[in-house]
Design a protein around this ligand. Sequence first.
Ligand SMILES: Nc1ncnc2c1ncn2[C@@H]1O[C@H](COP(=O)(O)OP(=O)(O)OP(=O)(O)O)[C@@H](O)[C@H]1O
Ligand SMILES: [Mg+2]
Length: 261
Amino acid sequence: MIRLDQVSKQYNPGRANGLFVLRDVSLAFAENRFTCLLGPSGCGKTTLLNLIAGFIAPTSGRVLLQNVPIDKPGPDRGVVFQDATLFPWMTVLDNVRFGLSQQGLDQEHCTAVAQEYLDLVGMLPHAAAWPISLSGGMRQRVAIARILALQPKVMLMDEPFSALDAKSRERLQDELLRICENRPVTVIYITHNVEEAAFLAERVIVMGPAPDTIHADMQLPSRRPRLRLSPEFADTTAMLRAELDTLPCCIAASKQREDGL
Ligand SMILES: Nc1ncnc2c1ncn2[C@@H]1O[C@H](COP(=O)(O)OP(=O)(O)OP(=O)(O)O)[C@@H](O)[C@H]1O
Ligand SMILES: [Mg+2]
């Protein structure tokens, strides 16, 4: 579905502060699989996601979606960031309707689809509310409904629940899994939270600072019980934590330069 072929990304090439964030990364993401990216701050997770989203271009190598090079953002890839940015001047319903109406669908159909997805994330009772009146978790639900309503083949999620309290986060994780079970979608999900990765992912990629960009690539049993208090969950969490423990805190640009990388 998505393939990175020898992808490197250097910010500010040719400048003294030029930094290789990704170096020769080759990765494939299979269709309808849920992959989590874990790794220390600054190791390039968001950079990788932005390349797939088409927001930035690789310095070398290719990023392909269904064998076609990605050169710009597209409706086939929905992106959810850490802080949901809703249009503050639109109601919840209109926020979700907006993307649909841009696709030229008729108004009634847009409303029906928007309501369906708001219902899915438990926000239909708040359809007429303004974003400012919502909590962070509620805004995040609307942002997810807005992306889902467009039915992207790929969802790119960058720490989408990290600003939420533990209970809301778990509820949204449950909802996200339920949504993924009901509708085929390929998810690439960045998190710093080992428990979140253990709970959500079918595959976990642990990233480290370049040049050890892909430090580990682990398949988790996809039919495992998704119970947060089960021994399997504790084992998975411990395994991921052990992988992370082998990484240094992210070396910054200065260290890369010192090492001549
Ligand atoms: N637009 C940019 N211009 C220059 N450097 C950048 C740019 N974006 C990111 N970087 C640098 O690239 C490195 C990786 O950044 P990135 O945001 O991909 O890391 P991350 O793994 O997502 O970190 P975090 O977990 O803190 O979100 C960092 O050193 C960052 O300063
Ligand atoms: Mg990031």
